[in-house]
Design a protein. Structure first.
Ligand code: NAD
Length: 491
């Protein structure tokens, strides 16, 4: 295995604490390899709990003054960061490819999403809201309700959309007057962590407000969740770890913001426009190798169109180009690592043993897993009832709208869903019945809009990101009252 050169990143041997690049202390290292080639890219430190605690000490020192900085100045810092990022667009996209196996279509979408999150964040800090009103209860009293920063936000990010999912928390947290300690995923510490440090280091953001501590979940991650300074812990990742984050934060009365797993149903009713439904299905199942919390996990298709739908989906899946993500026409790159690949292979094997048929795919070469369509699937089979997080499309038949709703809801998750039908009222009725934080009619579940609340129900998380929702999450209300006239007390 050789070593590939690394785009964009100037410093990856350090951690970023208090505005300084620190070299590794006693920490061990994380080896970063390109999933497309297996080549070693570099190594980053695996921060210890002591490193993380230092980051929190720095952010606490810096945050108070930042909270008092005029919101317009904070917005300007976010806009500076946007300019720095935009200047480096092609290198950043290349970094996303080599570090996370992302094809061009995904790096473009992720880059634009990241910019959008930053733009929304800059808008927040220009629109600082509050309320002044006469008390409706006490004569002569004036009430002032301000939104003030929560203080320090701990951000723990995943590997699948490392840049966008880190920035959707980091940018609004900073814009709203908070300080941040960011722990990127160990698979993507560059594009989900050190890159952000490098970008903000080029802006006027005061030292100490953004700290980046690459590391493993069980050491650096745990230390972020447990630190008493983190008033909010923003966690995006698996439900199992999210549940643990919820317990630890509840114990110390901090707030978790949890975006967790999904098992997203894609319902195709008998009157759907089939070409449109298959176009959407291909995107929703195979964008970034199906490695998104909002990818289609199950295709639920009316029995009268089941065969034709499956044939068309299969034909289209066969045409998807699998290859190195740096080739412009590649759609399917590698999955992130061997663990994920092995999980996918065993899920397909188990589902076939349970009676499913492989229509296409089912093989792999290194980390390249073929786009796989499975027919004769039931909701209970492994690839359907598990969040597979890969380029697998299990297709399940149903007879009635009621059955489709029942199958769709028969999961512990409730993140995103979609319904295809040419009768809008019918699709709306189905959408209304779905236990899901987000439902898209005549589209597929893979949707995000930085102004619109994003999040799930059931085991898919607690709280919402984006727009007003993240504004409320990263600020808290403060009630100040002024008793203008003397008040009468009962004793
Ligand atoms: P993961 O839970 O294993 O890891 C996510 C992050 O948590 C990583 O940074 C990891 O280091 C950290 N972590 C692990 N153990 C920890 C601990 N004990 N304490 C603190 N931090 C810890 O998830 P993953 O496999 O990297 O990501 C895939 C999962 O993320 C899927 O379930 C997917 O659905 C979910 N996800 C959800 C969203 C969403 O917005 N709902 C977005 C992307 C991914």
């Amino acid at each position: 295995m050789g070593t590939t050169s690394l785009p964009v990143i100037d410093n990856c041997s350090g951690m970023y604490i208090d505005g300084q690049w620190r070299s590794q202390s006693e920490a061990e290292s994380i080896e970063i390899t390109n999933p497309a080639t297996g080549e070693r890219l570099t190594q980053t430190p695996a921060c210890t709990a002591a490193d993380v605690d230092e980051a929190f000490a720095a952010v606490k020192r810096a945050q108070k003054e930042w909270a008092e900085t005029p919101p317009r100045d904070r917005a300007d810092v976010i806009r500076e960061a946007i300019s720095v990022l935009e200047e480096k667009k092609s290198e950043v996209r290349e970094l996303l490819s080599v570090e996370s196996g992302s094809a061009a279509v995904k790096t473009e979408a992720e880059f634009e999403t990241a910019i959008n999150h930053m733009e929304v964040a800059a808008d927040h800090s220009r629109n600082k809201r509050g309320l002044i009103s006469a008390s409706k209860t006490y004569p002569g009293k004036e009430n002032r309700i301000q939104r003030v920063p929560v203080g320090v936000v701990g951000v723990i990010a995943p590997w699948n959309f490392p840049l966008a999912l880190a920035l959707r928390a980091v940018a609004p947290a900073l814009a709203l007057g908070n300080g941040v300690v960011l722990k990127p995923a160990e698979e993507t510490p560059l594009s989900g962590g050190l890159l952000l440090a490098q970008i903000f280091d080029e802006t006027d953001l005061p030292d100490g407000l953004l700290n980046v501590v690459p590391g493993y979940g069980d050491e650096a991650g745990e230390a972020v969740v447990a630190n008493p300074a983190a008033s909010v812990v923003s966690f995006t990742g698996s439900t199992a770890v999210g549940r643990h984050v919820a317990k630890v934060t509840a114990e110390r009365l901090a707030e978790p913001a949890l975006e967790l797993g999904g098992n997203n149903p894609y319902i195709v009713l008998d009157d759907a426009d089939l070409s449109r439904a298959v176009d959407a299905a291909i995107f929703g199942s195979f964008m970034h190798q199906g490695q998104a919390c909002i990818s289609i996990n199950r295709h639920l298709v009316h029995e009268s169109i089941y065969d034709e739908y499956t044939d068309r989906l299969t034909a289209r899946a066969r045409q998807l180009k699998v290859g190195d993500p740096l080739d412009e026409d590649t759609i399917i790159g590698p999955v992130i690592n061997e663990h994920q690949r092995d999980k996918l292979v065993s899920l397909v094997e188990a589902t076939v043993e349970e009676g499913a048929t492989i229509e296409t795919g089912g093989n792999h070469d290194d980390l390249y897993v073929e786009p796989t369509v499975l027919s004769d699937v039931t909701n209970e089979m492994q690839a359907a009832c598990t969040e597979h997080f890969g380029p697998i499309a299990p297709v399940i038949p149903f007879e009635t709208d009621e059955e489709a709703i029942q199958l769709a809801n028969d999961t512990e998750y409730g993140l995103s869903a979609a319904v295809q039908s040419s009768t809008l009222s019918r699709a709306e009725r189905v959408a209304q019945e779905l236990e899901s934080g987000m439902v898209h009619i005549n589209d597929q579940p893979f949707n995000g809009d930085p102004y619109v609340p994003f999040g799930g129900v059931k085991n898919s998380g607690i709280g919402r990101y984006n727009g007003d929702a993240i504004y409320r999450k990263f600020t808290k209300s403060k009630w100040t009252s002024i008793q203008r006239d003397p008040r009468e007390y009962p004793f």
